[in-house]
Design a protein around this ligand. Structure first.
Ligand SMILES: Cc1cc2nc3c(=O)[nH]c(=O)nc-3n(C[C@H](O)[C@H](O)[C@H](O)COP(=O)(O)O)c2cc1C
Length: 207
């Protein structure tokens, strides 16, 4: 089979984006709640999201520059302002509410109200948990890393330490998370998502 090989410097960033989101699949989704300097709650999903390490317990996600106006997204502005956020995990049950929160609402609009999700008080940080999420992680900002020149197509990596972890009893047993109960969804390219119910095991080989 012959390969298509592309020098990424020779194609526009929009085309590079399509290659990234079509190739790195499925992506987990961090559903991030923040609070603005005026006290307005904000909710937005990010699929450039992952864990980094456990000592300290650390996660990252990447807000890109907003393509409509070249500005930073509200989530990033809020985190720059108060250095706190909550990452909630998206189960099948709240997929459509998550999608609702990806619309570009102005900063004074509370996406909890738009989506019908319920804010619940956090233990250590000001941004709220999502009551309907089966897992929520309270985070303190560790570091922001700008990648690119701050223009269209560039992003900031938000790295946060998880200082408090919340899980519904149904998904938690003996210190582990039961994925069949959590039912997280994954992001594919474009508007496609996947379920995580088609699972198989590969025991680690021993040498
Ligand atoms: C499933 C999903 C994943 C997304 N992942 C990202 C992402 O990784 N980075 C990003 O900048 N925007 C991503 N978006 C778009 C943001 O959610 C959207 O721009 C949102 O309006 C940002 O809100 P804010 O301005 O309140 O921060 C994603 C949208 C969806 C539906």
């Amino acid at each position: 089979m012959s390969k298509i090989s592309i020098n990424t410097k020779e194609i526009p960033f929009q085309d590079r984006y399509k290659l990234l989101i079509g190739s790195i699949i499925p992506r987990p989704i961090g559903f991030v709640s923040t609070i603005s300097e005026n006290g307005v709650y904000n909710l937005a999903p990010f699929s450039f999201f992952n864990g980094i390490c456990s000592n300290p317990m650390t996660v990252l996600f990447c807000p890109v520059i907003r393509s409509s106006d070249g500005q930073e997204k509200d989530t990033l502005k809020n985190i720059k302002n108060n250095k706190e956020f909550v990452v909630n995990i998206v189960s099948e049950e709240i997929a459509s509410q998550m999608n609702q929160c990806s619309a570009e609402y102005p900063p004074d609009v509370d996406e909890f109200k738009q989506s019908g999700l319920t804010p619940e008080k956090s233990t250590m940080v000001k941004p709220p948990l999502i009551k309907e999420a089966k897992i929520s992680m309270e985070c303190k900002l560790h570091q922001l890393v700008q990648v690119g020149d701050g223009g269209l197509g560039s992003a900031t990596v938000v790295i946060g330490e998880v200082i408090y972890f919340h899980a519904n009893e149904e998904v938690y047993k003996d210190g582990k998370i039961i994925s069949s109960k959590l039912k997280p969804i994954g992001r594919m390219g474009g508007a496609e998502y996947c379920k995580t119910t088609d699972v198989f095991s590969l025991p680690r080989p021993t040498l």
